[in-house]
Design a protein around this ligand. Sequence first.
Ligand code: SAH
Length: 406
Amino acid sequence: MQAPDHSHIPSSTRPVLRLKPREGRRVRAGAPWVFSNEILLSPEHKALQPGSLVEVVGDDGRAFGTFCFNPKTLIALRRLDPDPRAVIDMAWFMMRLSRALAIREALYERPYYRLVHAEGDGLPGLVVDRFGDVLIVQITTAGMDALLPQLTDALRQLLAPAQIMLRGDAQARLLEGLKPEVRTLHGPDLSDRLVVEENGVRYRADLVHGQKTGWYFDQRDNRAFMAGLARERSVLDCYTYAGGFALLAAKGGAREVVAIDSSAPALALAEEAAVANGVAERCQFLKADAFEELDRLAAERERFEVVIADPPPFVRARKDLEAGAKAYRKLARAAAGVTASGGFLLLASCSHNISLERFAQECAIGIERAGREAALLRQAGAGPDHPAHPMLPETAYLKTLVYALS
Ligand code: SAH
């Protein structure tokens, strides 16, 4: 559903939504969210288009700013600006985007990073990944969707990119009433091969058909950490995708790298990049189910000095928590089972719906059941181009644990 372009409407005519008495604990503390049960909704409010811009005030009259509103979602209001009269136009986007860009330019030498990470960059519902002069935009809220023209203009003005593509195929869009949509917003259509520079490796990504925005920048620092451990060691990368961990380990001097994935197109990207980076002789790519392959390797008494397991999310929805937790435990056990004595093991979860505590607990039990003693060396999340809003710690989804095994 497309919300109308309402950015030009004078702010004073914006609808005003009121918090229920004593409600809005989080927004009062500074969080940019208001939940649907925290507001009084008249029939007119309920009839507003998803994505409409509104003002929010407390029952005490306190103004909380300019929000986008969706009458259909649990997070009903997401703050765009603390100023209730803010004009949300191209200039507004330029300001937010410039701030996000300045942070990335301080962090990275090359223009390959997540440029916008939603609430963490004050832009709810928006993710922008930058691959040199190509930008991939993901929109997951009706509010941001309605502002797409202003956003696109601002991105063009700020970065003069050759191409901007919308990857509007995230599941979260459905909750907001948005249809899946993948299309070119600016420039010629993207080809299905693109170079991603990261940690000195030139990877290949398919930004058109690939998963999410086509590349997982979030593991950048963890890849570098593991590559440091992998020097002159043997490496097993169980869910390699386009070779994120595997190729950096190979380039960093790993003796041999076995990389598994169930997706043939992902493996093709990894193999192509292995050749381009001159590490193909030390890499072996295997299309397989990770659990089956781990069982097979264990049965053959194969061991690797570094094992990496960064799987797809096992807990996709809250109701899957117990089943997913069990799967993480099983994976920890299987991965520990093929880790050589004195070796290193990385276990990761990108599920929003499992806490760090629970994930770490399942990993610990799995390793213990493999009959191994472990020391937890490192506990890390996504890289700093994935900032979290300080009042929304739960949006930090990535959990990565690195162990030394006995
Ligand atoms: N570690 C990667 C990201 C992994 S994403 C990186 O650093 O970029 C998860 C990957 O797991 C996807 O490539 C997906 O194709 C793969 N996958 C999903 N189910 C699988 C299975 N059962 N066995 C092996 N790979 C699987």
